[in-house]
Design a protein around this ligand. Structure first.
Ligand SMILES: [Zn+2]
Length: 256
């Protein structure tokens, strides 16, 4: 019956109904999404474990998105760039909630790329590009954001080298991946090719490895200077709860 209703109703109606249902169920002021400024009693569960309070009911942000957003504000004053030099930002596999904000910000010269570009409403066209063959000159960008992309790329070292190449000499890159900190070494096996096996071994049907604690060394081997920033420790317990963040999450802030 659910499937039948889904197939008959337009997407917009389903979306509005879901938003209304979330509003009724989760209305409150305990948590706040810093990206879209929406408050709720708690965020929605998400992922295979359906862990509680992860996803924003409005913009769909997860813990990692909210952490990056706060980091951009706190460390780089990213959204208040009044200098006449815009921040040349390269964003790989743009997340929808960021795309809108970046593309509308007057201090940012925004370049969004994806191997399979999605159609988002906005004035910035998403360019079809392969991260292992980035179609831009050396030193083209002041800032690169590439979050949860490299774990999908078979030749991730080539992708890292390409990101390093197009980053400007004084530029900053945030290169996030899922990491299993219990593993010393990254786990990857080219013989694991089916979606079923990848889900079982790497926790996701599209991932081609599970990074371990050597992720930093891998970035360094491609030329980056890496600052593994435990930014979250600068936030109060109260804010960590309010913004729905993961206390163990580290930020890989890379420079040339
Ligand atoms: Zn939100």
């Amino acid at each position: 019956m659910k499937q039948l209703i889904k197939s008959v109703l337009p997407q917009i109606v389903i979306k509005k109904y879901r938003a209304y249902r979330a509003y009724k169920k989760y209305r409150g002021n305990e948590v706040l999404c810093p990206i879209c400024n929406s408050s709720y009693k708690k965020f929605a569960p998400f992922g295979t474990s359906k862990r509680e309070s992860r996803k924003c009911h409005n913009c769909g942000s997860l813990e990692r998105h909210r952490l990056i957003f706060l980091y951009l504000i706190e460390k780089f004053n990213f959204f208040n760039n009044n200098s006449k030099n815009k921040i040349r930002l390269l964003h790989f596999a743009p997340e929808k909630m960021f795309y809108k904000i970046f593309s509308e910000n007057k201090g940012i010269e925004y370049t969004a790329c994806d191997l399979f570009p999605k159609k988002y409403n906005g004035k910035t066209k998403i360019i079809k590009a392969d991260i292992t063959k980035i179609p831009f000159e050396d030193n083209s960008f002041d800032f690169i954001l590439c979050s949860h992309v490299l774990e999908h790329i078979p030749n991730d070292r080539l992708a890292m080298s390409e990101l390093h190449r197009v980053l400007s000499k004084k530029g900053d890159a945030i290169l996030q991946v899922p990491i299993d900190y219990k593993r010393e070494k990254t786990y990857e096996d080219p013989n694991i090719t089916s979606r079923k096996e990848r889900l079982q071994e790497y926790g996701h049907p599209d991932h081609v490895r599970y990074y371990g604690r050597d992720y930093r060394a891998r970035l360094e081997s491609c030329g980056f200077n890496v600052n593994v920033d435990h930014f979250i420790s600068s936030l109060s317990k109260k804010d960590i709860f309010k913004y729905g963040l993961l206390e163990t999450e580290l930020i890989y802030h890379c420079k040339k």
